[in-house]
Design a protein around this ligand. Structure first.
Ligand SMILES: Nc1ncnc2c1ncn2[C@@H]1O[C@H](COP(=O)(O)OP(=O)(O)OP(=O)(O)O)[C@@H](O)[C@H]1O
Ligand SMILES: [Mg+2]
Length: 269
């Protein structure tokens, strides 16, 4: 099971859109995919149409004072209308987790432990993170094999990216192993100087960490989200769909290379 966190400490950069787009493309490609909404604002849950307020949410994985016994993770996972695409929703109560848990030890690995139980059921897990560094983000980064950082191609977004990468270094030190990252330029409009200049700066500053795929501003992406339909089932989003397909191919490359290398090792043995 591969787990990717989709995170950036800036709001409105395309985290939720990217999570749903990649998840729906993975599911359409035959992978059993779980989307987890780690954001108390619950945009992903709303998009997919599974509300955590009524179904239980990520909140219930934590043993907080108001809810002393965490719920088993399988009871919180719901199928969606789309084949092989499941969701573990968010709820507004999650906003209180930082206050309730404070610095209580052991709370950073709650999600990792829950995902270990789900490993036989899913090939892929995508975590839609909140734009703040707190117990939810720490859990997401601790549980992930890869970090995807959607970054809006505009000057102000670079500061958010810097903050995100600083948090990442801190978390890498505490987890004791590196977390590979891919910075994904989003909301790109080739007609504007601001977009072009920002993309050039991203490539110059972060080199190979920036994906080749660039996600264009595509009004059909907004239409799909307003209609509650994931990108893989919204053919009108041609430019956006193509860009997210290219991104998924790039992100899956390291896993494929690892599996080719291990088959080569097996063949040689
Ligand atoms: N490539 C795109 N083209 C057009 N609209 C987009 C694109 N990506 C995202 N949007 C729209 O921009 C808005 C913000 O996107 P999204 O909700 O994915 O960002 P976010 O980073 O998850 O925001 P938040 O920090 O609030 O959770 C949404 O209305 C979404 O439909
Ligand atoms: Mg979001």
């Amino acid at each position: 099971m591969q787990t990717w966190a989709i995170a950036n400490q800036k709001g409105g950069v395309g985290k939720t859109t990217t999570t749903v787009a990649l998840g729906s493309l993975l599911a359409a490609a035959g992978e059993r995919t779980l989307l987890i909404d780690m954001d108390p604002h619950a945009s992903l849950s709303g998009y997919i149409g599974v509300e955590g307020g009524t179904h239980g949410s990520v909140y219930d994985l934590f043993g907080t004072s108001g809810n002393a016994i965490p719920l088993p993770v399988r009871t919180l996972v719901h199928a969606t209308r789309w084949d092989r695409l499941s969701v573990l929703p968010a709820s507004a109560a999650m906003i209180t987790l930082d206050r309730q848990l404070g610095t209580r030890a052991g709370q950073g690995l709650v999600l990792s432990q829950a995902l270990a139980e789900l490993a036989p059921d899913f090939d892929h897990v995508l975590l839609d993170c909140p734009p703040t560094l707190g117990v939810l983000m720490v859990n997401a980064l601790a549980a992930s094999d890869r970090l995807v950082v959607p970054t809006q191609t505009e000057a102000l977004a670079l500061a958010g990216l810097e903050r995100m990468l600083r948090s990442l270094s801190m978390i890498e030190r505490s987890r004791g192993r590196p977390l590979p990252r891919t910075i994904v330029p989003t909301l790109y409009d080739a007609r504007t100087h601001a977009s072009r200049a920002c993309l050039a700066q991203l490539r110059e500053q972060y080199g190979d960490s920036v994906s080749e795929a660039v996600i264009p501003t595509d009004t059909q992406i907004r239409e799909a989200s307003a209609a509650g339909i994931p990108l893989a089932s919204w053919p009108a989003a041609k430019r956006g769909g193509m860009a997210y397909r290219q991104l998924l191919d790039e992100l899956r490359l390291p896993a494929r290379e690892a599996s080719v290398a291990s088959s080569a090792r097996d063949a040689a043995a």
